[in-house]
Ligand binder design. Structure first.
Ligand SMILES: [Zn+2]
Ligand SMILES: [Zn+2]
Length: 258
């Protein structure tokens, strides 16, 4: 399984930088997990192949360029862009984003070939298929309805925490899957900002360490993501200082394989 975190920010020379303002992972060049930078960071080939997008929650940094992505492909789509999300999240996207004001309600529009966008609702704790993957979503502890994901291609299984503060059920489900090879866990704020992390439903590096202690896996690659750009340097230092083997900050743009 190949997984990339798409870049979302460009330096003064126009080159992709490691600062991560938007979240979008691409699995096997085909399925997106969240869509923050989907219209900005995909390769040409990925633009042609990604038609399934799992949205963990409706925060802007996780869906900012989804409307632009659909708009870019509008006339040429020969199958809809399928947006997989819980019913709650779909209702929020329809109410607050695809509402004819912020952007068109693409779920009601067709081009010459097909509808351009289709919602595919899923329920937490019920396994569902997305392209070649099987996925289980589990509610996590964020300030809006949000799910973490366990994703398998039949050979390799990985887990995404999405945005969350300290949580329980997600780790219980992760612990039922000893075959998990990699975990993508959020680390938004430095340790000195623990209070803000807590009220905004996020983790600090110390919080990450506390969550990882809930896991029963012996060996797991843990990639920290969602590092707020203003604190990135401090966060990388604090994550390193935890001394947890297998833990590192995920590099945007790099293709990781398991
Ligand atoms: Zn969020
Ligand atoms: Zn976020």
């Amino acid at each position: 399984m190949k997984i990339q975190l798409l870049p979302s920010t460009f330096d003064r020379n126009g080159c992709a930088s490691q600062e991560q303002r938007l979240t979008c992972f691409v699995i096997d060049d085909r399925v997106a997990v969240d869509a923050g930078s989907i219209a900005l960071g995909l390769s040409d080939e990925q633009h042609e192949n990604v038609r399934d997008v799992i949205v963990t929650h409706p925060h802007m940094d996780h869906m900012a360029t989804l409307p632009i992505f659909i708009d870019d492909h509008f006339a040429l789509l020969t199958e809809p862009v399928r947006v997989h999300a819980t019913g709650e999240v779909i209702a929020l996207l329809e109410r607050d984003v695809f509402n004819w004001t912020v952007y068109p309600r693409f779920s009601q529009l067709k081009n010459d070939h097909c509808p351009v966008m289709e919602y595919v609702p899923f329920r937490p704790r019920e396994e569902f298929r997305v392209a070649h993957l099987t996925v289980t979503a589990v509610a996590v502890n964020h300030i809006v309805p949000t799910v973490g994901l366990i994703v398998s291609d039949g050979t390799t299984t990985v887990a995404f925490s999405s945005d969350t503060a300290a949580t329980e059920e997600f780790w219980e489900v992760v612990n039922e899957r000893p075959d998990i090879s990699a975990l993508f866990i959020e680390a938004s704020f430095p340790n000195s900002m623990g209070k803000l992390a807590e009220v905004s439903g996020h983790l600090t590096p110390e919080g990450v360490a506390a969550e990882l202690r809930k896991l029963s896996h012996n060996r797991l690659d843990v990639l920290a993501v969602h590092l707020k750009p203003s604190y990135r340097e401090t966060l990388v230092k604090e994550l390193g200082a935890l001394g947890i083997s297998g833990l590192s900050a995920m590099e945007a743009g790099r293709a990781y394989e398991w």
